[in-house]
Write a protein that binds this ligand. Structure first.
Ligand SMILES: Nc1ncnc2c1ncn2[C@@H]1O[C@H](COP(=O)(O)OP(=O)(O)O)[C@@H](O)[C@H]1O
Ligand SMILES: [Mg+2]
Length: 1034
């Protein structure tokens, strides 16, 4: 019961799901004696595809007949090294537990896989092997061994399995395989023991069954060349050994593919080409032998009717065809010193032929096992531990059961016996070890049936052997009679004769019936003697010993053929081999896998209640459970139990400081266990009813949540505090760093400022000097500063001559250049901006300036007064006059005041300038016409008056003399005149007084002065006085 205590922790945890998928360990089934409850649980799980259930450490497996995705590498990884009960039941869990227990305890183990034919034993054993191959540590060297171990399977299955009515891949031999592990747990070698191959199948198959797979694989899958070489046709129907069951093709079997697998496997497991060739030669020769037919000759003796097949046999086996023929049709009889040939009848010959075939095949199978063993053998002698895998043919019942079924069922009987012994033993030992009183369990012990079969002198095998060996006419029927004599009152043995009336109806005369542990089986005695004898005549053995086929030669070279003693019968051999097996197993620690068939028709998803119930019954699962529960449903190491349930009691939570056992006592007292409900062993507590455990477990579930939230809360608080502290520390650190950075920055800035200011001051002090390193920056700054300021404060108008910024001394020159440039720019802009009219005006003003600027007082005020084209419009000039002078082109006209020459009387007149002359008009009269050519000069004063004097030459009387006028727009009128008449140079600005001509020979004087009031008058001295107001100082 290894691992049980260790792993219980989580088993119960998973029990919360027990309602849905049933419980995963029958030990915890409340109604543990109820078969119905047992079956219900199995069925519930089966319908959820949970095919595995434990009874303690025993694994119950129900064949699902469909691929389940539970054998992948991923699954293997999950189960690797995990405690047995921590995960759902699985074949991997069992394999892993066995492996780790083996490593921990350094002892040998075996896994007994039992169940009836088709229940899944072989599959289970393969899964276990695969698990070890994948999960054990490996090296390249070991990989080799591992491959061979894995690949030995398909080869052995090809030669030893066949389709039966129960199973399409039924093992027809027993197989015990040791997997050897070194101290590190590496799988380093393997060894196989084969048990009693059902070789009669080579020559005979019941309807619906096949011969061994290898024949079909070779015939269907063999390459053309190969078949040709072996003299075979690619058609099973050609071979009488392959067609008796009439089912050479089976839907679930792909012989062609299997052939490839087997052929490849043979190469991997160290078979050289010659071995393979000879092995296939044997297979082919069996097929040819099956086709060898006999006919009676004239004396009724057997005679070959087809020598071609025999020729192939002789070729393939490398024996002389004549000798072979002789061996098949006659036997040698020793008569004292002579040897005589005794010919066979046809039946006898067929019997001899079949005997030969069976011998060849059977021995070749043994050779094959040995060969595989050689290839898996680990040659170093270091210490190893083993795990044995026992996959043997399961209990089987057919319509007709013969010697083979007898042996197979006997074998199962023995294994059941072993199982009972070991289970009881271990359970009793545990109770003893724990010092708890053993309460005997009632269960069916099949020892009585084992004895019935194997007891010396009285047992069926003894009787059979006696019949086989005794002189005289022994037949299958005499054997039956003997049995009836010896076993007439045995409760498990019935024959037609011994049976009561009712049973007799179900029994034929040639049958006997055994009441096996697994049910009744009726055996037909026909063939028992010959099969038990397994007789092969000496002369044919001799032929075989000379075979050139090395396998055949080797197989027949044994001592047995030399000795005169009769060889041991098949049943005795089998019996002793089983005894040997029992010894092997008894010395090891057992693990059990009990396989159940879910239905007879190999259908997925069908759970046949009756069938399963029957198996549960005969496999003794209920008994096993009862034994496991003898008194107590559950046991657990104190420390494990305490560790799990201590939160349920204040005294044990969170720590129990004392001895674990005492802690458990306190704990269960607190939980209110009644004295009858539990017992305290030496290291374990035993609990009688699952309900007690479940109640505890449920309480734990509730408490667990409580605990979990408390722990969670504590942890959260702890975590949060830590988090807060860390954040705070981080914040402080960042702050410090940041402050440092800021301070360093500020310091840098201050230092920089000091430098800049110093430099500035130095520069300022040295600003007047030539450029040096000290002042260059300052000067640059001053320059830049001035230029920047200048840029924003440039004068906007040409006339603005004052707002130009005063430059610093270094920029005096530059400033002047800039100023001029700016001025020019503004002028240019101005010029570009003015109209033609403005331009003309300015030109006129320019002329005015040339003439008068600085000369006449009133000039400055006139500058801003714009000139007009003319001051009298044409409508205001007399029409008559206009007509007279128009042709000269009127350029300008203006009202004036004319002063008479004599009295200086003021008269309003119009002055008109044409292209050629100036006219003085008094309405319709032209008072005076002055041709420009005759105009000598024009005088004006330096003062602000508007007086103009035209000096005209007066050679004759007609001439009126000089013209004295006053005009409000003096500068405009004179400028126009100077332009029209080109008289610029003729205009004189005179100071004080000017002379003028009144008439020929008479001169007058005009005196200019300035006073309070402007006026013009004739002075007493006859001078014309012109007074003008003083204009503002220039
Ligand atoms: N674990 C399993 N998963 C799926 N199918 C299985 C399983 N075990 C057995 N089978 C099916 O049942 C058939 C018979 O199983 P096998 O192991 O050969 O029976 P046994 O060796 O007990 O006679 C297999 O060929 C396979 O189809
Ligand atoms: Mg099998």
């Amino acid at each position: 019961m290894q691992g049980c205590a260790r792993g219980q922790l989580d088993m119960e945890g998973a029990l919360t799901a027990r309602d849905r998928v049933g419980i995963q360990d029958f030990v915890l089934l409340d109604a543990h004696t109820s078969e119905t409850a047992f079956l219900d649980n199995l069925k519930k799980r089966f319908s959820e595809n949970l095919i595995y259930t434990y009874i303690g450490t025993l694994l119950v497996s129900v064949n699902p007949y469909k691929e389940l995705d539970i054998y992948s590498k991923k699954q293997m990884d999950i189960y690797m090294g995990v405690n047995f009960f921590e995960l759902p039941p699985h074949i991997f869990a069992l394999a892993d537990n066995a492996y780790h227990t083996m490593l921990a305890e350094a002892n040998n183990h075996f896994i007994l896989i039992s169940g009836e034919s088709g229940a899944g034993k072989t599959e289970a054993s393969k899964k276990i092997l695969q698990y070890y191959a994948v999960s054990c540590p490996s090296t390249t060297l070991l990989d080799n061994v591992r491959d061979r171990m894995l690949l030995s399977n398909p080869v052995l299955e090809a030669f030893g399995n066949s389709k039966t009515l129960k199973n399409d891949n039924s093992s027809r031999f027993g197989k015990y395989m040791d997997i050897q592990f070194d101290i590190q747990g590496d799988a380093v070698g393997g060894h196989i023991l084969g048990y009693l191959l059902e070789k009669s199948r080579v020559v005979h198959q019941n309807h619906g069954e096949r011969n061994f797979h290898i024949f079909y694989q070779l015939v269907k899958g063999g390459e053309e060349d190969l078949l040709h070489q072996l003299g075979l046709e690619s058609n099973c129907q050609h071979y009488s050994y392959l067609v008796q069951g009439e089912c050479a093709n089976v839907a679930s079997i792909n012989d062609k593919n299997d052939w490839k697998t087997v052929r490849n496997a043979l190469s991997v497991i160290d078979f050289d080409e010659r071995d393979i060739q000879h092995l296939l030669g044997v297979i082919a020769s069996v097929l040819h032998l099956g086709n060898v037919q006999f006919e009676p000759d004239s004396k009724g003796y057997a005679m070959l009717n087809n020598s071609a097949e025999l020729l192939w046999v002789s070729t393939l086996l490398g024996v002389n065809v004549q000798v072979l023929q002789e061996g098949l049709t006659s036997r040698k009889i020793e008569a004292k010193t002579d040897e005589v040939l005794s010919p066979f009848t046809v039946d006898h010959a067929i019997y001899a032929r079949d005997a030969l075939t069976k011998a060849i095949y059977g021995r070749t199978f043994t050779w094959l096992v040995n060969k595989i063993n050689d290839s898996m053998e680990n040659k170093d002698s270091s210490r190893k531990t083993v795990i044995g895998l026992l996959d043997i043919y399961g209990f089987e019942v057919f319509y007709v059961n013969s010697f083979e079924q007898f042996c197979i069922n006997y074998c199962n009987e023995k294994l059941q016996q072993l199982f009972i012994q070991l289970t009881l033993k271990s359970e009793q030992e545990e109770y003893e070890a724990e010092n708890i009183g053993w309460e005997p369990v009632q269960f069916f012990n099949n020892k009585i049936i084992c004895d019935l079969v194997e007891e010396k002198h009285r047992g069926i095998i003894s009787v059979l052997d006696e019949e086989c060996l005794r002189p005289g006419e022994a037949t299958d029927l005499t054997f039956l009679e003997r049995l009836e004599e010896k076993l007439d009152s045995h409760p498990h043995f019935v024959t037609h004769k011994l049976a009561d009336k009712k049973t007799r109806k179900t029994l034929e005369r040639g049958n006997f019936r055994l009441l096996h542990y697994a049910g009744e089986v009726t055996y037909c005695v026909v063939g028992f003697l010959s099969k038990n004898n397994d007789l092969l005549y000496r002369n044919i053995k001799d032929v075989m010993r000379q075979s050139k086929n090395s396998i055949v030669r080797e197989c027949f070279a044994s001592k047995e053929s030399d000795g005169r003693r009769r060889p041991e019968t098949v049943a005795s051999q089998f019996k002793s081999s089983l005894l040997g097996l029992t010894d092997i197993l008894m010395s090891k620690e057992p693990w059990y896998v009990r396989c159940l068939k879910s239905n007879e028709s190999q259908q997925p998803g069908q759970f046949d209640d009756v069938l399963v119930r029957h198996q549960v019954k005969y496999l003794g699962l209920m008994e096993h459970l009862r034994v496991r529960r003898a008194g107590f449903a559950y046991r657990c190491h104190y420390d494990v139990f305490l560790q799990r349930y201590k939160p349920l009691c204040p005294a044990t939570w969170p720590y129990w400081r004392g001895v674990a056992a005492e802690g458990v006592e306190v704990l269960v007292q607190h939980l209110g266990y009644l004295p009858d409900e539990y017992k305290m062993g030496r290291t374990k507590i035993f609990i009688r009813h699952p309900r007690t455990l479940f109640a505890t477990e449920d309480a734990f579930e509730v408490c667990k949540h409580d605990l979990a939230s408390r722990i969670q809360a504590q942890y959260k608080a702890y975590w949060q505090k830590g988090q807060f502290r860390r954040q705070k520390e981080a914040a402080t650190k960042i702050e410090t760093c940041w402050r440092g950075v800021q301070a360093r920055k500020a310091k840098g800035r201050r230092q920089w400022a000091v430098k800049v200011i110093k430099k500035f001051i130095k520069g300022y002090m040295a600003r007047g000097e030539a450029k040096t390193t000290d002042n260059s920056e300052y000067l640059a700054f001053v320059r830049q500063n001035y230029l920047n300021r200048l840029k924003d404060n440039l004068p906007k108008m040409v006339l603005d001559k004052t707002s130009w910024l005063t430059p610093p001394p270094v920029l005096t020159e530059t400033s002047e250049i800039l100023r001029q440039l700016h001025m020019r720019l503004m002028v240019r802009k101005y010029i570009r901006g003015i109209t033609a009219q403005q331009k003309a005006q300015l030109q006129l003003k320019g002329i005015t300036s040339v003439i008068f600027k600085g000369k006449k007082d009133s000039y400055p005020q006139s500058v801003s007064q714009p000139y007009v084209d003319t001051r009298i419009s044409e409508q205001d000039i007399n029409m008559k006059v206009l007509q007279m002078i128009r042709h000269e082109g009127i350029k300008y006209s203006i009202p004036i005041v004319k002063y008479d020459r004599n009295g200086f009387k003021a008269r309003p007149r119009q002055l008109i300038l044409t292209q050629t002359a100036a006219y003085v008009l008094d309405d319709a009269k032209i008072k005076q016409r002055v041709l420009y050519t005759t105009l000598k000069g024009v005088s004006v004063s330096t003062l602000s008056d508007g007086l103009i004097i035209f000096h005209i030459p007066s050679e004759d009387d007609k001439q009126k003399g000089d013209l004295i006028m006053q005009c409000d727009h003096l500068f405009e009128a004179l400028t126009k005149l100077s332009v029209v008449a080109n008289k610029q140079s003729a205009i004189n600005v005179v100071q004080g007084s000017v002379k003028f001509q009144m008439k020929v020979g008479k001169e007058g004087i005009v005196e200019f002065s300035s006073g309070q009031e402007s006026m013009v008058y004739k002075d007493k001295n006859g001078h014309l006085m012109v007074v003008s107001t003083r204009t503002r100082a220039r």
